[in-house]
Design a protein around this ligand. Structure first.
Ligand code: AMP
Length: 222
């Protein structure tokens, strides 16, 4: 089964994708994660990505489509695919359709996890992570027992914040979602695709329960 996971930043897409792919064995492909690792490589491509990402703007479609079509071709498997953060524009959605339909594995469903703007800003600006072990924290909802330092790693490893998790950049990312990504939903609805909408303002457990039920109803098995 091939599923697209959509929603504004901070609605819980990454958390749900991880839970579902663990449960159902699908491959999880996050465009944001792929771009962050390319950016970290320091290559010319990584530098191009860094400019847009740092400003909370979308990366140009031609670049996104070329990176993501390669990643999909390399990672698509019989167990299925969960795309998280891609597509984010109508031209990206059209390119994805062309690729998947050409491969004989069209999309089965689109999942939209939405949340209120204030919830999103509070969730995102409080996110922190350990640069050494990767553990995720939140200054209010999941603080480290060791304050600003990782409570797992030895030797005082200071927690870091994603550079695009500041309030002004979050507001730009939200605006990009409304202007450029929400129209993708209209595109999928017009194509007659199953669109599952969930309220991401609730606890992760509640969202997972609803999402699992909805996916099982359209034939996904674990
Ligand atoms: P995310 O981790 O999904 O919030 O993505 C982080 C940043 O990567 C976004 O703010 C964009 O700058 C860029 N990005 C990720 N996916 C896409 C996409 N499908 N199209 C354009 N830009 C993207």
């Amino acid at each position: 089964m091939r599923i697209v996971l959509m929603g504004p930043p901070g609605a819980g897409k990454g958390t749900q994708a991880k839970r579902l792919t663990d449960e159902f064995g699908m491959t999880h492909l996050s465009s944001g994660d792929i771009f962050r690792s390319l950016r970290a490589s320091g290559s010319d491509l990584g530098k191009q990505l860094a400019v847009r990402m740092g400003a909370g703007e979308l990366v140009p479609d031609d670049l996104v489509v070329s990176i993501m079509s390669e990643a999909i071709a390399e990672n698509d498997s019989a167990d299925g695919l969960m795309l998280d953060g891609f597509p984010r524009t109508v031209p990206q959605a059209q390119a994805l359709d062309e690729q998947l339909i050409g491969a004989g594995t069209p999309l089965d469903a689109v999942v939209v996890i939405d949340a209120d703007e204030n919830v999103i800003v509070e969730r995102i600006t409080g996110r922190r992570s350990c640069p050494k072990c990767g553990k995720a924290f939140h200054v209010k909802f999941m603080p480290s027992a060791d304050g600003d330092y990782c409570d797992v790693c030895q030797g005082k490893v200071e927690l870091t914040q994603r550079e695009d998790d500041t309030e002004s950049v979050v507001r730009s990312r939200l605006a990009a979602y409304v202007d450029q990504t929400q129209p993708v939903l209209g595109y999928y609805r017009a194509a007659g695709l199953e669109v599952i909408e969930l309220d991401g303002g609730r606890s992760p457990e509640e969202v997972t329960a609803d999402l699992t039920e909805a996916l099982q109803a359209i034939g996904l098995r674990n």
